[in-house]
Design a protein around this ligand. Structure first.
Ligand code: ADP
Ligand code: MG
Length: 694
């Protein structure tokens, strides 16, 4: 259906480039550069701005300076304290200056007499003027032709052993014009659109990246490539969304209000502004002819369940059934209890369905679901197992959707004829990341807490405070409360971590807290074992639950008031946030104690202690750790962007989403945009064709 990519000069092997023989080709391959195109897209990882180069004669102590000069002498000088300093004297046309690198004697091997260096750093006064370079770039070796001095931006390329960044630059410079000619046919965006987005055409962008006139020009070039990445992903999402909703007419739910209104009247509290806004968004989706496919994000306790119940009652009052699927038995049971309480006297039958039910009980449940007698069905994966038939499923709600795959989400909605779909997540993620990961969904955020909840008091303590913490635990248990004690368990060192968690549990159980009832739960246990431990905790048979992060999702014990997290510095902020969300669920004052933060994590942890806003924490986490590292983003299919940066390019991302949706609405099959379809297939292969009407 799509044409194969047109053969281009740029698809030729890199060895046909000027200055590339077989040996060079091997070195390029080490950098992952196999074709001419790879070389063209091998863009600098930084730039040295020599347009601001100063004359050495003009430097004065205290200045921040960038200079270019040749090394006239150099050497390593030992100091009395045993520190070794590399020093080089550098000369330009105006004067010379001593440059000093304390503690970096190895530079003696990298820098030679006669080298032309670009240096930037602070000028000090140490027996005369001295430059302490923060960065240096080798522009040319002795005898090598000097690149134009002054007025230039020097691109610095990723290099490899045997192929220096200067050699890479030379190679690219020599071939750039020919390579750029090859891009003329590859432009897929028309000038009007590029203008609207505010990014340069492809050829111009690539030229600016390799031969920038200014730092800003290079940045504009990067934005163009980022635009392409973001746009095509959004195009993929927009098509998925189209085939999932627009193409298949949804159910038009009328505002009968026979259940919704009495439910509203029965609520003992006023809805928050965020809840009202989100309910409006959901209400519009449900009333429209298009199928709802919406993600509802919000912290634990933000009031998602209440919102979901409104939507469910809307479906029920229209004569449809509705199902809510949760990732664990305990969570499903909790939901069933919560919903039952909220439903109160309303004439609505709720049915629970989990894997734990006996055969007879299950048959009965299935019969009630099949006959339509049960209008709200709550369950686990059991809901998508063979043999379960709904009479008329109109709305599918999926809780903690990141624990399910796309396929399972779809499987639940396949239980009906194009039911509306609402997926919920208690793991707030930054909006830009949500748009990237779940671009096929519409997104609602509950970013406001219901009033009256007790804040969780969060404190940082170092190892010396451990005895006091144990005392505090004993005190709380004495007052009838329960405690979580969490140990980190990271994949790379899982075995060691697990051993230390289990050892510590034994030590606490037998020695330190032998007077309390302790339980253990960790990832290596079977589902059943985990379940048993959690249930024992939930029913109060255990005072202190020692755990690895498996308790992140799926347990709600209002009586638990203390969360102690060992080696807090080893957790991401969003993970810590999930853990903290396990306490503060009842009316008693609650505490989160972060143990052994360590100095370098202190700032991060202090920010965490200062707020309970999951969205803020997630944004901070993303800034610190990068988008790829977050929330298992890699596993959940976040593409590795080479040029786009979700934080920096959020505006571009929104534009990409809007453009992609507009185009797909007008031309879902991209018949008028064959070049888009081609580019989409090159980028995403089969996935580009995955979502089809049939
Ligand atoms: P979530 O599902 O997002 O974790 P819930 O819907 O379970 O949150 O709500 C958490 C608690 O707050 C519940 O006890 C619920 O009844 C209560 N709640 C929800 N919305 C409000 C509100 N607007 N005002 C006061 N309490 C609320
Ligand atoms: Mg609808």
């Amino acid at each position: 259906m799509s044409s194969p990519p047109v053969y281009s000069e740029l698809d030729r092997p890199a060895k046909f480039l000027k200055g590339v023989g077989p040996r060079r080709a091997d070195l390029l391959a080490r950098l992952g550069l196999v074709t001419a195109r790879d070389v063209l897209y091998h863009i600098p990882h930084r730039y040295e701005d020599a347009s601001t180069v100063q004359r050495i004669a003009a430097l004065e102590p205290g200045m921040e300076a960038t200079i270019i000069g040749r090394v006239v002498s150099k050497g390593v000088i030992p100091t009395r304290k045993g520190l070794r300093i590399f020093q080089a004297v550098v000369r330009d046309a105006s004067s010379l200056i001593e440059c000093s690198w304390p503690g970096q004697p190895f530079l003696d091997r990298l820098i030679a007499r006669g080298d032309l260096l670009l240096l930037s750093g602070t000028v000090r006064f140490v027996h005369g003027r001295q430059l302490q370079p923060r960065e240096f770039t080798l522009l040319a070796r002795a005898g090598e032709e000097a690149v134009e001095e002054g007025g230039a931006i020097f691109p610095v390329y990723p290099a490899t052993e045997g192929l220096s960044h200067r050699q890479v630059r030379k190679l690219i410079t020599e071939n750039l014009d020919a390579l750029l000619r090859g891009t003329a046919k590859e432009e897929v965006f028309d000038a009007v659109l590029l203008e609207r987005i505010g990014v340069p055409p492809l050829t111009q962008a690539l030229e600016a990246l390799h031969r920038p006139e200014s730092i800003a020009a290079a940045e504009a070039g990067r934005r163009r490539l980022a635009w392409e990445e973001l746009f095509f992903l959004q195009l993929l999402h927009a098509r998925a969304r189209h085939y999932a909703s627009a193409e298949r007419p949804g159910i038009t739910f009328a505002r009968r209000d026979t259940l919704v209104r009495p439910f509203y009247a029965s609520l003992p509290f006023a809805l928050t502004g965020a809840q009202r806004r989100v309910l409006r968004e959901i209400g519009e989706d449900m009333a429209s002819t298009r199928r709802m496919n919406r993600l509802l994000q919000g912290d634990v306790g933000a009031g998602k369940t209440v919102v979901a119940l409104f939507a469910m009652l809307r479906a029920v009052e229209n004569g449809y059934q509705t199902a809510m699927m949760a990732p664990t038995e305990i969570l499903a049971e909790q939901h069933a209890r919560t919903l039952t309480n909220l439903i109160g006297e309303l004439p609505v039958r709720l049915q629970l369905l989990t894997g734990r039910m006996g055969a007879a009980e299950r048959r009965k449940a299935q019969a009630r679901i099949g006959s339509g007698e049960a209008s709200i069905v709550v369950g686990t994966h059991a809901l998508i197992q063979e043999g379960l038939v709904f009479r008329q499923l109109g709305l599918a709600v999926v809780d903690e959707q990141h624990r399910f795959g796309v396929r399972q989400r779809l499987a639940l909605s396949e239980r009906g004829t194009n039911p509306d779909v609402l997926v919920m997540s208690a793991t707030p993620i930054p909006r830009s990341l949500a748009l990237t990961l779940y671009g096929d969904l519409d997104i609602s955020a509950l970013d406001e807490r219901p009033p009256g909840r007790q804040p969780v008091r969060t404190v940082l303590r170092d190892a010396s405070a451990r005895p006091k913490v144990l005392e505090f635990i004993r005190e709380q248990v004495g007052a009838g409360r329960q405690v979580y004690l969490v140990y980190p368990l990271v994949e790379e060192s899982e075995k060691v971590d697990l051993k230390s968690a289990v050892d510590e549990y034994e030590r606490l159980r037998i020695e330190v807290l032998s007077d309390l009832r302790l339980g253990l739960v960790h990832g290596q246990m079977s589902g059943e074992e985990k379940d048993r431990a959690m249930r024992a905790f939930a029913s109060g048979e255990i005072d202190v639950l020692v755990a690895t992060t498996v308790i992140e999702v799926g347990i709600d014990v209002a009586n638990a008031t203390v969360m102690v997290i060992e080696h807090a510095e080893r957790f991401g902020l969003s993970q810590l946030h999930q853990l903290r969300g396990r306490v503060g669920r009842g009316s008693e004052a609650s505490y989160c104690i972060l143990l052994e933060g360590g100095a370098e994590a202190a700032e991060r942890l202090r920010l965490f202690a200062s707020t309970e806003d999951g969205f803020r924490i997630a944004e901070h986490d993303m800034r610190l750790r990068g988008q790829g590292d977050l929330f298992g983003a890699r596993q959940s299919g976040l593409p590795a962007f080479r040029f786009a940066d979700l934080e920096r390019d959020e505006g571009l991302l929104r534009q990409a989403r809007a453009e992609a949706r507009r185009i797909v609405e007008e031309d879902p099959d991209l018949a008028q945009h064959p070049h888009f379809l081609g580019a989409l297939t090159v980028r995403y292969g089969e996935r580009a064709r995955l979502f089809h009407a049939g």
